[in-house]
Design a protein around this ligand. Structure first.
Ligand code: ADP
Length: 785
């Protein structure tokens, strides 16, 4: 589940409303961007994953569009290139990726950011005759359209004829023909391929009709026009000549401006020399050439970077503690470690040293702690997500010979921070991966190494930029995927998930006040009871952190604000009975421990990168020849562990009252429901063994019991990791008794007293003990129903 939420999470992106164009999936197009808000959106997209959501304005002439002024269905596009043009215009080349619909406007300044509904990729459709027919009709009309002398090259037809997917066919043709904006939008909003083709066909037919009429008229008019046209053509040519002459002057002025700016900055000699050389080059190339655009982009970067700008640190432990407490509930140990870290830096008088790595599931406050650190040190804060970074160039930039090159994301972020000593957060350092285009991890290693990072050289800038004063902090969901050399450089601080009580407190003391303020509401405007908050926690979110909780609270605030304004109310009361009006139907029914004691179904506890999870393991024996079959998304270690369990059972058939020949006469099928995240590790060992024994001996398993532990061939139970997270998950799921390995007793320190009171813990050394607590006698079963 968490994974899906994460996906939604990724679906927020910056938006640009376009004037007079709309973009279809697969379409590659360039256009110029001039409005500040749009340029901001572009920059944000480049700093992240280069994805941007493009939609059309309903009226091209509106200069400062509000959300009502643009369509809410548009296209998610990948930015392929950016080129700075004279003035403040930027030319971008984009490729349409898929349709999307705006669900929510997250912010409107300094650029539009929206949350999108799941991407609308065309579904694979079964081709039938009808679909074939409409495809052929559309291609025929398109051919007619080309033949009518429109500016589409006949080769296009060949490309189009080869397209097999109906939806894509419609999109590609639509992108070639000249259409009225309303018609383009109509096609964009047709999510279903057949419907899209049909609409396109009608529109094409209409266009052809109009073309025919136009043609007759134009022949009539042509004669009269010839003379007028000649005059017009000459005038245009004159204008062009004048413009060229004017530009020459413009360039001289631009060169002066650059020289002045370079003079004002305290640049390292090497950089200054290089920059002045580029300024000279600007004079030698034609002002409207692409080369001149590249030089301008380069010079703008040089003059915009904070070479000589830095903030003064405030190292005051008392103040820092106050700020950390102001921003975060609980997290005592984490705060102490951070304060120690700052104190040591103060004593050592430098910010060098190991890099902090905050590890924990999403939404537990890693990013916001990093922000607090920046606030307490009075430093600027920038964040760069490493999720999905595969290409070294994303970190280190492209060389300038590469068309549309810009610096990598490190330098872009530093520019955004506008200070050479910001707190720089590398988010999701566990999500970088490498491929043939270089190894981003090694580039990062250089950035994080205090010996090397004072001369960090971006491929685009070609001159070193000093990163040694930056304070780097990293976050990760899990430590396992982080390359060893990187990990060695970092000081790990773990933040685990929150219990329901903690979430309730966080909501009351932090999230609700914060959201009220953001929505311009006063405390008295919105009354929301503890029960209702608990209801949101349990039925509208399923997470270790509080990110979705905060989002839901924001939604309640938004709707309340609307009602206050529209209905002229003073106070809105939200309670469990009217919550639906604010949040819709609840998304989750909390997965409570199974309804009845069952044979062959055991509850295990798993630990994944996004927190703890309960996991129900199902076993079905079938007549067969002793095969062991495992399904679900399981790793190799888990399969091994299932085999160990079965071997143990074979050595104990008598005691367990299982047929001696079960391994010859029966196949055993173990299924672990997939969930969103692949699971591996030996910790489901005792759970699988219990489920198999229950299935073979036909004795039911207590539904209120959950367990975790590795099993050996002899039935000993070995300790496992992630106890705190697992216990939290079991508590969420309404488990009453948890079986843990004997050697995990030491981990109980981390478990809060509140949970200890609610759940019974049993520490076991052997499989016998596990069975004693997990299996129920038929008589107990009746009582427990
Ligand atoms: P992460 O970076 O771990 O995914 P975030 O820092 O984005 O999580 O946190 C999500 C939201 O939850 C933020 O608004 C943050 O302020 C809030 N939050 C998380 N933990 C706490 C806490 N202990 N106290 C107050 N607010 C919190």
């Amino acid at each position: 589940m968490d994974n899906i939420e994460n996906k939604n999470e990724k679906r927020t992106m910056p938006l640009i409303p376009l004037r007079g164009i709309s973009i279809f999936p697969y379409m590659v197009i360039h256009f110029d961007v001039g409005r500040d808000k749009s340029v901001n959106a572009l920059e944000e997209a480049m700093v992240n994953d280069s994805l941007i959501f493009l939609t059309s304005q309903k009226e091209a002439k509106v200069d400062m569009p509000t959300p009502d002024d643009f369509y809410h269905v548009g296209t998610v596009c990948k930015i392929k290139q950016m080129l700075k043009l004279p003035g403040d215009t930027v030319r971008v080349l984009v490729e349409g990726v898929n349709r999307g619909r705006v669900l929510d406007i997250i912010k409107e300044e300094p650029y539009f950011e929206v949350q999108l509904e799941e991407p609308f990729y065309d579904e694979e459709v079964e081709k039938d005759k009808e679909l074939d027919a409409i495809m052929r009709m559309v291609v025929d009309s398109f051919e007619e359209y080309i033949a009518a002398g429109n500016k589409v090259s006949p080769e296009t037809l060949i490309t189009v004829e080869e397209i097999e997917e109906p939806g894509r066919l419609a999109d590609v043709i639509a992108s070639y023909i000249q259409l009225k904006p309303e018609n383009r939008q109509k096609i964009l909003e047709a999510f279903e391929p057949y419907e899209r083709l049909e609409k396109l066909h009608v529109i094409l037919k209409e266009e052809l009709e109009v073309l025919k009429i136009e043609k007759t008229i134009s022949q009539r008019v042509k004669k009269q026009i010839n003379k007028v046209q000649k005059e017009y053509y000459l005038k245009e040519q004159m204008k062009a000549i004048q413009k060229e002459l004017g530009e020459e002057e413009g360039i001289l002025q631009e060169v002066e401006e650059y020289k002045e700016k370079i003079g004002e900055i305290d640049l390292p000699d090497e950089v200054k020399e290089k920059a002045l050389k580029e300024v000279d080059r600007l004079l030698k190339v034609s002002p409207s050439s692409a080369e001149s655009g590249v030089i301008r982009t380069y010079l703008d970067w040089i003059v915009d970077l904070p070479w000589d700008k830095e903030t003064k640190d405030r190292v005051d432990i008392k103040k820092s503690r106050k700020i950390l407490d102001e921003d975060h509930y609980g997290l005592k140990d984490v705060k102490e470690r951070i304060l120690e870290y700052i104190a040591i830096r103060k004593l050592a008088k430098s910010m060098k040293g190991p890099i902090l790595c905050l590890v924990g599931p999403p939404g537990v406050g890693k990013t916001s702690i990093a922000k607090s650190i920046a606030r307490s040190l009075k430093r600027e804060f920038v964040r760069m997500s490493l999720g999905g970074v595969r290409d070294e160039a994303e970190i280190r930039g492209h060389r300038r010979t590469y068309v549309g090159a810009i610096p990598g994301r490190i330098i872009s972020s530093i520019k955004k921070a506008n200070s050479k000593n910001p707190v720089f957060l590398f988010d999701e350092i566990d999500k970088i991966s490498s491929n043939f285009r270089g190894d981003p991890a090694s580039a990062l290693l250089e950035v994080l190494d205090p010996e090397q990072n004072s001369t960090f050289t971006d491929h685009f800038l070609e001159v070193p930029f000093d990163l040694s004063k930056v304070m780097f902090i990293t976050t990760a969901n899990s430590l396992t995927p982080i390359p060893r050399p990187l990990l060695d450089r970092m000081e790990v601080i773990r933040i685990s998930g929150y219990t329901e009580e903690e979430k309730l407190n966080i909501s009351k003391k932090y999230l609700i006040p914060k959201q009220l303020k953001e929505h311009g509401l006063k405390e008295k405007n919105l009354k929301i009871s503890d029960n209702t908050i608990a209801n949101i926690i349990n039925n509208y979110t399923r997470e270790s952190g509080v990110r979705n909780l905060e989002r839901n609270i924001a939604k309640v605030c938004r709707r309340s604000a609307k009602r206050i304004v529209e209905e002229n109310k003073k106070t809105i009361r939200v309670n469990s009975s009217n919550l639906k009006k604010y949040l819709g139907v609840s998304r989750y029914r909390h997965e409570k421990a199974g309804e009845k004691h069952q044979i062959g179904i055991a509850t295990g506890l798993a630990w994944t990168a996004v927190g703890g999870e309960t996991l129900s393991i199902e076993v079905t024996p079938m007549k067969g020849t002793g095969k062991l079959q495992l399904t679900g998304q399981l790793g190799d270690v888990m399969k091994e562990s299932a085999r160990a369990g079965v071997s143990y059972i074979r050595s104990k058939v008598e005691e367990l009252e299982i047929s001696e020949d079960f391994h010859k006469e029966q196949d055993i099928h173990i299924h672990v429901p997939e969930g969103a995240i692949p699971k591996d590790g030996p910790s489901a060992g005792i759970t699988m063994a219990t489920a198999v024994i229950s299935a073979l001996s036909k004795r039911p398993i207590n539904r209120k019991v959950a367990m975790t532990g590795e099993i050996t061939l002899r039935g000993r139970v070995l300790p496992v990791g992630g106890i705190k997270e697992k216990v939290l998950a079991a508590n969420r799921a309404g488990i009453e008794k948890i079986l843990l390995p004997w050697d995990n007793q030491k981990d109980m320190e981390e478990v809060s007293d509140k949970v200890k009171k609610k759940v019974e813990f049993v520490f076991v050394k052997t499989m016998d003990e596990v069975l004693k607590h997990a299996l129920v006698n038929e008589d107990d079963n009746n009582e427990n129903k």
